[in-house]
Design a protein around this ligand. Structure first.
Ligand code: SF4
Length: 368
């Protein structure tokens, strides 16, 4: 594919001035009232940016309010139990973000006296803070002259300069970071960066960008060339893989068995019922496999019970059918094969962070 595009170095000063003026004027009218925009507190900026990675604004709002109400500052977050942090994050997915937030808060307290570093370089030494998040905190909270580049601005800038190759590859990233830096004004950086993201999110949308409503349409190289629908190029279609998993609600004297997902596994840090992939077909074979796999994961022998429910869900490229079974403890001692095991009263399940399907199963178990 051709790579001709406007290099940021030929975005002349007149272009940049007009762009900044029009963008900020548009933002003054169209800025959404979002809970994390009501102050420049770096903690709130940071939490919102972590939540907004891979998650829609509409979903994040309620999570954000709940999180900062329970953990209103970096010291409270640092001192919190990881289980409580993950419980507040439950349902947002990509739980690594929450664990890194927690670890970074502990570093900020231990190494920076609880004060946020103000510069991009130091911010990037913290867990989970890459160039984008560091730029967002430095520019939005501290008005530092730091560029940002995230999903919305990658698309917007690619179109503005008509960059036709894959903007997530290193050549594209280099060009777009340079563009993001070149277009920064001298002051009002916080508003400028937020306005860029807002324009990408509300007007320069992934499909059918609203060029007719765009304040910078006459400055846009993709629009001039009629390429706005072709930039950025569509990624490869995901090849889905179908698998079947089983979860077993093992009961013993009124308690159920939970397992903490170990490091390196999907949902590390979260709790779950014993869960694993199964290959067998037919009730008899499935029973044998349930017994063997629960033993492998927990050390105990169970008597499998009936199928309680089947759920369909997706994780990355896997399309999963999850069959949930009842089970009762027969013999043996707990011997975890990675990840802690714990007998828990059903009414206490609410305190544990679970995956979305784990929570649905917990509600079935506890009837809440
Ligand atoms: Fe995006 Fe269209 Fe505006 Fe160009 S003119 S920035 S493609 S909305």
């Amino acid at each position: 594919m051709a790579t001709e595009c406007i290099s940021p170095t030929i975005l002349d000063s007149r272009w940049k001035q007009r762009f900044r003026r029009r963008l900020l004027a548009w933002y003054a009218v169209h800025e959404r009232d979002l809970p994390w925009r009501r102050s420049k507190n770096p903690y709130r900026v940071w939490v919102s940016e972590a939540m907004l990675q891979q998650t829609q604004v509409a979903t994040v709002q309620a999570y954000f309010r709940r999180f900062v109400k329970a953990l209103p500052n970096v010291r409270k977050l640092a001192a919190a139990d990881e289980r409580d942090v993950l419980r507040l994050w439950e349902g947002l997915g990509y739980y690594r973000r929450a664990r890194q937030l927690h670890a970074a808060a502990q570093r900020i307290v231990a190494e920076h006296g609880g004060q946020f570093p103000r510069d991009v370089e130091t911010l990037q030494t913290l867990p989970g803070i890459g160039r984008y998040t560091a730029g967002a905190i430095a520019s939005i909270a501290f008005d530092q002259r730091a560029p940002i580049l995230e999903a919305n601005t990658i698309r917007l800038l690619s179109r503005l300069v008509a960059y036709r190759d894959d903007p997530t590859k290193s050549a594209g990233q280099r060009l777009l970071w340079r563009t993001a830096e070149e277009i920064l004004p001298r002051q009002d950086i916080a508003r400028f960066n937020q306005a860029l993201m807002e324009l990408g999110s509300l007007v320069c949308t992934p499909n059918q960008p609203k060029c007719g409503e765009c304040p910078v349409a006459s400055l846009c190289a993709a629009r001039a060339a009629g390429l706005q629908e072709k930039i950025p190029p569509a990624g490869r279609k995901t090849q889905f893989i179908d698998i079947t998993e089983a979860a077993v609600v093992v009961r013993k004297r009124g308690q159920v068995l939970l397992r903490q997902c170990p490091e390196g596994q999907r949902w590390a840090g979260l709790w779950d019922f014993p869960r694993f992939e199964i290959q067998s077909e037919g009730p008899l074979f499935v029973r044998d496999e349930l017994v063997a796999k629960v033993r492998e994961q927990t050390g105990i022998v169970i008597d499998p019970g009936p199928l309680l429910k089947s759920m369909k869900h997706g994780v990355t490229r896997y399309r999963i059918r999850l069959d949930c079974y009842a089970g009762s403890y027969r013999s043996g001692r707990l011997a975890p094969a990675g990840g802690e095991l714990r007998w828990t009263k059903p009414e206490e399940l609410d305190a544990y962070p679970l995956s979305a399907t784990g929570r649905r199963l917990a509600r079935l178990v506890h009837g809440a």
